[in-house]
Design a protein around this ligand. Sequence first.
Ligand code: ATP
Length: 306
Amino acid sequence: MIQLYIPLNFLGVIYREIKQSLTDLDKMFALLSKEREVADTPQAQPLQVRGATVRFEDVVFAYEPDRPILKGVSFEIPAGRKVAVVGPSGSGKSTLARLLYRFYDVDGGRITIDGQPLVQVTQQSLRRAIGIVPQDTVLFNDTIAYNIAYGRPEASTEEVEAAARAAHIHSFISSLPQGYQTMVGERGLKLSGGEKQRVAIARTLLKNPPILIFDEATSALDSRNERAIQAELEAAAENKTVLVIAHRLSTIVDAHEILVMEHGEIVERGTHAQLLAQQGRYAQMWSMQQDGQGGSPAGTPASAPS
Ligand code: ATP
């Protein structure tokens, strides 16, 4: 069950709104909403984004009281730079992203954007500043146009189409008899994993937020699709502050800093070149992926299920 609802929880949307759209999933979200909810303080101010520098300062977090997940994690993503997180499954990578989006409040330490602690800003302003391209995109039971415009409902048809073009999904959409008015989601046209991801990229391009979170899919898309999507993500990420949860190390060699997580702690950090020179955990993952030609998720043995 946890496996199923974590990716949904991670969506760049507020789950109450999803609940209205996906009635089939009501039960699941009833479960979700029992989890701790975050609330704006009465003094909460809108986030003032300048360069969008993100800082995690000694962040401690647990979903359940007796099971620490993050044990004092500190790092900075300078404005307009990219930081990547790698490590074995369950090490806490996606949890960092969920905390940055403030699905949960931290138990210790703090997270700031341009010096403003997340707990002191309104959730609406925070979420407006962050775009997420999740591992698994769940679409609303609505038209493709609605799904792309979700991050900026006031966008014009031309803007929606421009985002779809940039995400290389426009020609696919145009080939459908109903075009942008095609219903998708649980009860509409079923899109492939790659097509759904392109819709998510288009949505993010249209929203144009200063901070981006990419949660790379663990499941291997075919490598042509993979390269195309990678190029689109790179275009979307230009001049933005980016947190990438990476499974394929080849996509993050240019990161400002790479964090290697294990059991909720950063065990190695540095640039790609520095980490290779250290000949530690990262260097080991790198050579494993080179041998496997980049096929296996970072930190996961090639034979293990991801
Ligand atoms: P993967 O690479 O498989 O996506 P990850 O490193 O991103 O893994 P997280 O999703 O951050 O790992 O999960 C870290 C730990 O927290 C895991 O042990 C997971 O079972 C646990 N966890 C995640 N979400 C919840 C939740 N909502 N309630 C309880 N435990 C959770």
